[in-house]
Design a protein around this ligand. Structure first.
Ligand code: ATP
Ligand code: MG
Length: 573
């Protein structure tokens, strides 16, 4: 492509509304433009990168035995009512009515549509397993779109869905996708980690997220270098402590007047204790019923863990009136002694004795409270969020903490949709069985943005070869110099003939301006055709990533670039 013909509006200034580097660089290098909140246009160079990534995804999906389909964006409400998600999905689902007053939505994901398709077409075990995927536009009305295409409202996703005869077969399908995802992100040259992720309260299911390591990432992760444990921060398990000998306290419970002392800090200061000697009692409503969750004063409740323990659909902090109803006391003075709801305690309470907790009486706390003696616990469980000092739940060694961007998610769905929507097949004995499903997503634009987040410097983007929109840019330092222009043109033609994706920067601009644009756009190889070198029959080949320069005779330069491109494209084993 000749630069002078390209629609490639680069920007020198950093856009004021872009917080993360990938968003800034995608605007500055002319990859995207915003239409409205969370809705973006990909310009030609940006769309080339998208197509390259899609192609990698497609190749690896096909290699794993999945088949490409293309489903509609508009989906009828009936299917979502069948799965139950018309009610549960919330405001991210954009709903509307057509001219016949039929309720519809824009697909944020396609479990309903694919399950409907498969239940209508697949009848026997002989037609299973199947894995169908698409690369298609999703709409999610995100409450706070941000970071450009990283969290937007309209975005491209690869979504795959597997259907199997039983749980073991579904595990195999899952493993194939897991392996394919590892290959996809490795081929992009990304530093990433698959981590165990929350899969909600659906029994027997599991899931992994693929996180690209980045400080700007919205997700936290922990990983262990001694064993292979890695998990999303919200999912990371905390091992049950060894059962200590039961504590028999001789101290009697003591009620203390603590006027207006509510928070852990206030309680500690007032009673001269540390947070480790205090137990917090939090009241939640789980599907409308009150439950109490006990946690040590220096810990945080992990609501996802509570929700999974209870297996409820909704979990919210209780309102004041419900708190008073079960505890006879306002928030800040609630405790477990005499409370009128089930009590669940975090593992860290095991072995605690003579602790402080709310007295269930306004302006009062209790000292020397003991479990078993003063109140009973329905269950002990892992209910808190992991912290720096917690050891690996598998091997007990030190855990590492990092942040990441979720680019992919593999999920064993089990029977969730096949039961709700009756996706059944006839087994060998002619007996009806539910299909066991899995679903697997990759954010296309988000992965491209995450790649930039990991591959940039002060001059701009540094594309890994497999995603680079173009592989080489040929830059004559002065297009008005006939010899330079001719030599550049010839080089450009030979690369095009060899199947290399090249730009010829034929603009009548200063060399400095051209170099700045080439660096900003992040083309992996730049070939400079200047008067001094050309007089010796040579050109300069420069690697964008390392700044390494090779001065080569023209014909050698052609081969050198072809080889550098091939090397850069190599897929991992
Ligand atoms: P998140 O927790 O980031 O909202 P999610 O759990 O809702 O993600 P999935 O439903 O698993 O995501 O979607 C599959 C993939 O689609 C994600 O891994 C991510 O790469 C991408 N994705 C999800 N939401 C967005 C969005 N708003 N903008 C861009 N990509 C997205
Ligand atoms: Mg989401």
């Amino acid at each position: 492509m000749r630069y002078s013909n390209m629609f490639l509006p680069t920007v020198r200034e950093v856009p004021s509304d872009a917080d993360v580097i990938s968003h800034q660089l995608m605007i500055r290098s002319g990859l995207i433009r915003k239409l409205t909140s969370g809705v973006y246009t990909y310009l030609p160079v940006g769309y080339r990168v998208i197509r390259k990534f899609e192609q990698i995804v497609r190749e690896e999906m096909n290699r794993a035995g999945a088949q490409e389909v293309f489903m509609p964006t508009v989906q009828p409400a009936e299917l979502w009512q069948e799965s139950g998600r018309w009610v549960h999905y919330g405001k991210e689902l954009l709903r509307f009515r057509d001219r016949h007053d039929r309720e519809c939505c824009l697909g944020p994901t396609h479990e309903e549509v694919i399950t409907d398709l498969v239940r209508n077409e697949i009848k026997t075990y002989r037609q299973l397993p199947r894995n169908l995927y698409q690369i298609q536009t999703k709409f999610r009305d995100e409450i706070r779109p941000r970071f450009g295409v990283m969290r937007c409202r309209e975005f491209g996703m690869k979504d795959a869905y597997s259907f199997d005869i039983d749980s073991e077969a579904a595990d195999l399908s899952y493993q194939k996708m897991f392996d394919a995802y590892n290959r996809i992100f490795a081929r992009c040259g990304l530093k990433f980690r698959p981590v165990e992720a929350d899969s909600g309260a659906i029994g027997g299911s599991f899931s992994h997220e693929f996180l690209v390591v980045a400080d700007t990432g919205e997700d936290g992760m922990v990983y262990c270098e001694s064993c292979s444990y890695a998990a999303n921060l919200e999912k990371a398990e905390i091992a049950r402590p060894a059962e200590p000998a039961p504590v028999a306290s001789a101290k009697a419970v003591e009620e203390v007047h603590t006027p207006d002392v509510r928070t852990i800090e206030e309680v500690c200061a007032f009673l001269n204790v540390t947070p480790r000697e205090v137990v917090k009692t939090l009241i939640y409503t789980a599907d409308g019923n009150a439950v109490a969750v006990l946690i040590r004063g220096d810990h945080e409740v992990n609501e996802i863990k509570v929700k999974n323990l209870l297996g409820c659909d909704s979990l919210e902090m209780a309102m004041e009136d419900m708190i008073v109803e079960v505890a006879n006391a306002p928030r800040g003075f609630v405790g477990a002694v005499g409370i009128r709801c089930p009590v669940y305690a975090d593992y860290s309470l095991i072995g605690m004795a003579d602790f402080v907790m709310g007295a269930n009486k306004e302006d009062h706390h209790l000292r020397n409270v003991n479990m078993g003696r003063d109140f009973s616990v329905k269950a002990f469980a892992d209910l808190r969020t992991i912290r720096d000092e917690d050891p690996c739940p598998r091997c007990g060694k030190t855990l590492h903490f990092a942040r990441g961007i979720e680019v992919g998610h593999v999920f064993k769905l089990g029977l969730k949709y096949s039961k709700a929507m009756r996706a059944v097949y006839l087994d060998r004995n002619g007996k009806e069985q539910f299909m066991v499903m899995g679903c697997y997503g990759i954010g296309i634009g988000r992965t491209v943005a995450a790649t930039i987040e990991q591959n940039n410097d002060t001059a701009g983007i540094v594309w890994p070869m497999p995603l680079a929109p173009y592989q080489v840019i040929v830059t004559p330092t002065n297009v008005n110099d006939g010899a330079l222009a001719k030599a550049a043109e010839k080089l450009y033609d030979s690369w095009i003939a060899r199947g290399i994706e090249a730009i010829l920067d034929d603009r009548d601009e200063r060399a400095g301006v051209k170099f700045m644009d080439a660096d900003l756009i992040g083309i992996p190889l730049r070939v400079t055709v200047g008067p001094k070198r050309l007089a010796e029959g040579k050109v300069e080949v420069r690697f964008r990533r390392t700044g390494e320069v090779h001065v080569l005779p023209l014909d050698e330069a052609v081969e050198f670039v072809v080889r550098a491109v091939q090397d850069g494209m190599k897929a991992p084993e």
